[in-house]
Ligand binder design. Structure first.
Ligand code: GLU
Length: 282
């Protein structure tokens, strides 16, 4: 299959220099490989997504000189598709409903123990309080979790190829690491019908993504994605996790860093070529 990559922003704030780097790099890599660059709007969290930020994304990316095929995939339009994937995992007996709120989880975890990781790529490692609940009990107040122990029980050797500078090489997916440093991830959030991990895996498969280009901060989430790809019968793309653009104090940029917003630079007369050289793609 020919090289196909994507840029997948969430419309929850202005795109900043870090997004510009990610989008330009993915676009350049696609161009160099005579492949395709797709755009995907990751707006499953409708409590945070705003149409005006989505419009701004299109404007900023066009201004940077990028183009992509239409129509653009929007996660908010794909909830039934994520439901099918969730049902597949449920049919395998790998899901359970969880009613724990943050406070319940904190209380169940108790005092930190030395050498036992507390947080993984899906946040706080879930202590398993609801693990025995059957899916027949699932209600609107529940999240749906993956039973990691069961999901990894008969795991064939799985791996992914990374081409990004920090971790280039082949990475094997390790059962113990998944069970102890990731745990029972959320597949469907309350009132959302899906989660970041489930949606991104289904979307990458449905869009025929062969190369995922994204920030280094998502490297540790990749093992989750490779596992879900295996469970859902999808092939695993290659991954390229790039360096993060940091501010002058070395902190990574966040959506609230309006000073680094692309729109702000544009309003100040900075050119797209200057943005390219600011992020080291000159
Ligand atoms: N939507 C994610 C973000 O804005 C990117 C997800 C991905 O590239 O896998 O950080």
């Amino acid at each position: 299959m020919s090289f196909t990559t994507r840029f997948a922003p969430s419309p929850t704030g202005p795109l900043h220099l870090g997004h510009a780097y990610s989008a330009l790099l993915a676009h350049d890599m696609a161009q160099d490989a005579a492949g395709r660059f797709l755009l995907r709007i990751e707006d499953i969290d409708q409590s945070r997504a705003r149409p005006e930020w989505e419009m701004q994304i299109y404007q900023d990316l066009h201004w940077l000189g990028l183009s992509w095929p239409e129509p653009v995939m929007r996660q908010s339009e794909r909830l039934p598709r994520y439901g099918v994937a969730l049902d597949q995992l449920t049919a395998l007996g790998l899901t359970y409903p969880c009613r724990c709120r943050r406070g319940d989880i904190e209380a169940a975890v108790g005092a930190p123990q030395e050498g036992v990781p507390q947080f993984g790529p899906d946040g706080r490692i879930y202590p398993g309080t609801c693990r025995a609940r059957p899916m027949s009990e699932a209600g609107p107040e529940d999240v749906i979790r993956l039973n990691m122990e069961k999901a990894t029980r008969a795991l064939p050797p799985l791996s992914f190829t990374e081409t990004g500078p920090a971790h280039a090489g082949t990475h094997r997916i390790d059962r113990d690491t998944l069970c102890h440093t990731v745990g029972d991830i959320v597949l469907a959030r309350r009132q959302m019908g899906s989660s970041y991990h489930l949606s991104v895996v289904v979307d990458d498969a449905d869009q025929g993504i062969t190369h995922v280009v994204r920030g280094q901060d998502l490297f540790d989430a990749t093992q989750i994605h490779v596992l879900l790809q295996h469970l859902l019968g999808f092939s695993t793309p290659r991954y390229h996790h790039h360096r993060l653009i940091r501010d002058d104090n070395g902190k990574r940029l966040a959506k609230r860093d309006d000073a680094r917003a692309i729109a702000r630079y544009r309003a100040e007369g900075v050119t797209p070529d200057e943005i390219r050289s600011m992020v080291g793609l000159g």
